[in-house]
Design a protein around this ligand. Structure first.
Ligand code: AMP
Length: 542
């Protein structure tokens, strides 16, 4: 009988059954005098003992401000020290931190504050073109439950900290020890490509364990220094970065408020980072820096590429040119804390660069037929599903949407198309809705992208389907040209001729300087489809 596409992770190491704060206290006890955090753009460098004392100060301030167990405290900020303080302080006192996407503007802000019922918002005064103080002022009147707004670096932040001096010494400890690790502790709004954002509600147990096992997959110890240029508001930063580091006593290193390729390279070199995180486009941008070779990256050993398809060629370059021999690929989603599969340092180069690895500890995964929901045999494509400790508690106050995502047997339906090989390695081949169907042929955009990465004229490429009267859909490639190259449709098609099936060869090619992205670095394929359709109907196709 052929094996089914079903796998369960190792249970050799037990799940952590304590709260985020209890776990953090153990780290402080073990490694109190070691570096905990470096925030380069704020000139901060603290040991675990120092970080613990600052978290305590914020925790006291929050209790003094009337924040109770289970209250929602929103956090709207790019990466900075206060982000980390609010994360661990809310966890310490059992308040549910609501992560607000730094790119949101008033309509989205109001929606998530209202939907989560946030009692307080802590925020940066602003970021890039967004004046957060103004935008919060604009919506606050319509949000009666929102009692307090606190701005980092402003008087309101000092007042919050000062308020803490009025509460009893034992109040924070009393609260911290009364919490359960299965309490929700974080709401992360995931911005689907359609519809309103949904608040994935995660518990201590969800994210503490995921951070721990992801970092274990990178072999962290207290000597590691983890460069985190990914946004904290997403699990990649606050779970895989922060909780991954603090569960192992490693040091969190933040190069900047937001991703900037040069500051990342400089930070890795000067801070002697051993691990570096990024979505694929971040690594592509660093590798393309003209002065790339002037940075000494020899301290790097490991790291994580995740968030969207990790092209084989980019992985190979990260291993060869960035010294990241033990780099791992993670695959997951916010709703599953986030990681479900990870490659291992011992995997073959082929598996490490060409798959998203195997099932994570204590997690079950399966590939199911999207029509019948039956588990498919190995080697057959279907929908990727996850079950286990990592699956969210649900979407905040949306039982109907929760029931659509998590079935009665506990499987989270991801909407990703994947295939599992005989050894359990998983390949993510696309989103259910990204699949291109041209004249009855099912085409995986990912496959064409991987092929075009091999073209010397191409630095980066995204493939989408556009509607076509004859074939239903046609293949369209958006290309970012390599330096000093100007490939056109002819060049791209000529590169494909004879090497891939004719129906996969892009019918349309658009040259672009950049792709439309979400703030977490996910390319918005639906936007690319819209842009292609607009340009084609305006007759601008090449
Ligand atoms: P988010 O909830 O924002 O973390 O987005 C989750 C989605 O990102 C997944 O459902 C996948 O579509 C995509 N994704 C994450 N990691 C990977 C990966 N390593 N390879 C391919 N797609 C990925």
């Amino acid at each position: 009988m052929t094996d089914l596409s079903l796998a369960s992770g190792s249970t050799d190491i037990a799940l952590i059954e304590e709260t985020i704060d209890a776990n953090f206290q153990r780290t402080v006890k073990l490694w109190g005098d070691r570096d905990a955090i470096v925030v380069r753009h704020q000139n901060i460098r603290w040991t675990y003992k120092e970080l613990d004392a600052r978290i305590e100060e914020v925790a006291r301030g929050l209790i003094a401000a009337g924040i109770e167990h289970g209250d929602r405290v929103a956090l709207w900020s790019p990466n900075r020290i206060e982000w980390v303080l609010v994360q661990y302080a809310t966890a310490r006192i059992g308040a549910i931190m609501v992560c607000v996407n730094p790119a949101y503007r008033t309509v989205e802000l109001k929606y998530v504050l209202q939907q989560s019922g946030a009692k307080m918002i802590t925020a940066a005064p602003g970021f890039k073109t967004g004046n957060y103080e103004q935008q919060i002022a604009d919506v606050a009147d319509e949000l009666p439950q929102l009692e307090t707004s606190v701005f980092f670096g402003r008087q309101s932040w000092n007042d919050l900290l000062a308020g803490g001096s009025e509460i009893d010494d034992g109040a924070v400890r009393e609260r911290a020890t009364s919490l359960s690790n299965t309490d929700p502790i974080n709401i992360q709004y995931t911005s689907g490509t359609t519809g309103l954002p949904k608040g994935a509600t995660l518990t201590h147990r969800n994210i503490l364990n995921n951070g721990y096992f992801v970092a274990k997959g990178c072999g962290y110890t207290e000597t590691d220094r983890v460069c985190i240029p990914v946004p904290l508001y997403h699990c990649f930063g606050m779970v895989m970065g922060n909780l991954g580091s603090t569960t192992h006593g490693a040091c969190m290193v933040f190069p900047d408020e937001a991703f900037e390729p040069q500051s990342v390279l400089q930070t890795v070199a000067e801070e002697r980072c051993t691990s570096l995180y990024g979505v694929p486009t971040m690594f592509i941008a660093q590798l393309a820096q003209p002065e790339f070779d002037t940075y000494d990256l020899s301290s790097l050993r490991t790291g994580i590429m995740a968030g969207s398809t990790c092209p084989v060629e980019v992985m190979k370059q990260v291993i060869e040119r960035m010294h990241m021999d033990a780099v791992t690929i993670c695959y997951g989603m916010t709703e599953t804390s986030p990681v479900s599969t990870q490659t291992g340092a011992d995997d073959s180069l082929e598996h490490r660069t060409g798959t998203v690895g195997r099932v994570h500890p204590h997690v079950d995964i399966r590939i199911a037929d999207p029509q019948t929901n039956a588990t498919v045999p190995r080697g057959v494509q279907g929908e990727f599903q996850t079950r286990g400790y990592s699956v969210m508690k649900g979407y905040w106050n949306e039982p109907q949407k929760t029931a659509e995502a998590i079935d009665s047997e506990g499987w989270m339906h991801t909407g990703d198309v994947a295939v599992m090989d005989n050894d359990g390695y998983v390949d993510i081949t696309g989103r259910i809705k990204d699949l291109i169907i041209r004249g009855g042929e099912n085409i995986s955009p990912r496959e064409i992208e991987e092929f075009l990465y091999k073209c010397a004229d191409v630095e980066d490429v995204q493939v989408v389907g556009v509607s076509d009267p004859k074939y239903g859909e046609e293949v369209c490639a958006f290309v970012r040209a390599a330096a000093n190259k100007q490939p056109d449709e002819q060049t791209i098609r000529a590169f494909c001729e004879g090497k891939i099936a004719h129906f996969k060869i892009p019918r349309y090619v658009f040259l672009v300087d950049e792709f439309p992205m979400t703030v977490t670095g996910k390319i918005q394929k639906y936007r690319l489809r819209e842009i292609a359709m607009e340009q084609l109907s305006a007759g601008e196709a090449s």
